[in-house]
Design a protein around this ligand. Structure first.
Ligand code: LLP
Length: 432
């Protein structure tokens, strides 16, 4: 049941995250509440940094994909633990800079960056901009010229790989909105063009094949395709890339039945394959960038809710209606993504009920999960939904004008808020 390794049941029979009784947290901060085990976040960051240092060529480094959970505290943690930052919007870039990130450590992504995004990134001299195609490259050239700057860019390419995870986050196949396809020769043609442009320095290439990748297989395929592409580019143009960004996508276990992925092992395998291929092509090994998001924060987080009422539909499901829902966790509504849950008050008891965890929004699709095995819920119980550190807060909305929950971070057994609770005044603050 408690597959998340930082969860235990304490002497009172309550759920504890990183040793802290979550009922105390619910009392102190109210619900719904995102709770993040900061010690685990930092450990995960260290693990990726160490694996990159140990197994990948010199200069290699993981960048935290801040889309998974973006706030100033997380950007600070990434900097302190030696990670770069992957941002995809002016909002994420602003947050990173406001948190004191060194612009040189930032890579700016996105398939539809606006002029304002690009201007901001170029003006702040971010370390890398991943250009999504030829049009964007030309826009960067023009803006960099206007701003009297040079931009260091990666070209985002699509290697044509299907990692067999879920379709909504599949990004490496050819017919997607991201990047320039390698199959068919478009990526090579755009690279040739890029090498002749003013105001930009092509540092190398970026690709991202998808999310929730459990084993090294898809990454090895990606490494094969990308190194073959590097060799082809060099043969045609004489250009040698110094950076190869292989994106993110390292899986996490959401349910007991999910295998616990060995990300350090995957990185070791990537490093070995890269060196083999570079030797074969007699190609100087490029610095490898990785962009884990979920792998850093997902398993560090839980969300606490209070059960508002329980209803059993004769011949139907048992519904536990929560004080949150798709507004703070839209993953089930969007992708059918499954999260485990626990009644925190009776976490030591075996799950004896199959429940639909319902949200508070006025639509029937507002569910956190169906057929969730959980202790029989009662009104007033605190329910913890597990593995919610990634893509929950960052995808939250104010649907039905519900204020978004705060985030409490746990470090060394002590809690502090890193994002405060929104108020109804916050929600109406932009109304004129
Ligand atoms: N780099 C790029 C270019 C990406 O597009 C993504 C995720 C990442 C890195 C980080 O991937 P991760 O390591 O977190 O899997 N909202 C969805 C996930 C969307 C992921 C989009 N891109 C969810 O809730 O599962």
């Amino acid at each position: 049941m408690l597959h998340q390794q930082n969860l235990t049941v304490n002497a009172a029979g309550h759920l504890a995250l990183a040793g802290v009784d979550v009922l105390d947290l619910a009392r102190e901060y109210g619900t719904p509440l995102y709770v993040l085990d900061e010690d685990m976040v930092r450990e995960r960051m260290e693990l990726y940094v160490a694996a990159a240092r140990e197994h990948l060529p010199a200069g290699s480094r993981p960048y935290y994909a801040s889309k998974a959970l973006c706030c100033k505290a997380l950007c600070r943690m990434a900097g302190e633990e030696g990670m770069g930052l992957d941002v995809v919007s002016s909002g994420e870039l602003y947050t990173a800079l406001a948190a004191g990130a060194d612009p040189a450590d930032i890579c700016f992504h996105g398939n539809a960056k606006t002029e304002a995004d690009l201007r901001y990134a170029i003006t702040e001299r971010v370390g890398l901009i991943a250009a999504d195609g030829e049009e964007e490259l030309l826009r960067i050239v023009r803006l960099a010229g206007e701003l009297g700057a040079r931009a260091r860019v990666l070209l985002r390419v699509t290697p044509g790989i299907d990692p067999h995870t879920f379709a909504a986050v599949n990004t490496g196949v050819v017919d997607v909105k991201f990047g320039v396809p390698i199959p068919g020769g478009q990526a090579l043609a755009v690279t040739e063009r890029a090498l002749g442009l003013e105001n930009v320095d092509l540092a190398g290439f970026h690709c991202h094949i998808g999310s929730q990748i459990f084993d090294a297989g898809p990454f090895l395929l990606e490494t094969d395709v990308m190194t073959a592409f590097l060799a082809q580019v060099r043969e045609r143009t004489g250009y040698t890339a110094s950076v190869l960004d292989l994106g993110g996508g390292f899986a996490v276990a959401y349910e007991e039945t999910d295998a616990a992925p060995d990300c350090a092992g995957m990185i070791r395998a990537i490093g070995q394959r890269l060196l083999e291929r570079c030797r074969e092509y007699d190609y100087p090994a490029p610095a490898v960038l990785l962009e884990p998001g979920r792998g850093i924060v997902a398993a560090a987080g839980v969300t606490l809710y209070t059960v508002q009422n329980v209803k059993r539909v004769p011949g139907g499901a048992c519904y536990a209606a929560l004080d949150g829902g798709m507004g703070d966790n839209p993953r089930y509504a969007l992708y059918g993504a499954r999260h485990s849950a626990v009644v925190a008050d009776r976490a030591g008891e075996a799950p004896d009920c199959s429940v639909t965890l319902a949200g508070r929004c006025c639509e029937s699709g507002d569910l956190i999960g169906e057929n969730v095995a959980i202790q029989t819920p009662r009104t007033g119980d605190t329910v913890a939904v597990l593995t919610t550190g990634a893509y929950n807060y960052s995808m939250a909305s104010n649907y039905n004008r519900v204020p978004r929950p705060p985030i409490a971070a746990l470090r060394g057994g002590k809690a502090r808020l890193i994002v405060r609770r929104e108020t109804v005044e916050d929600v109406a603050a932009y109304d004129l």
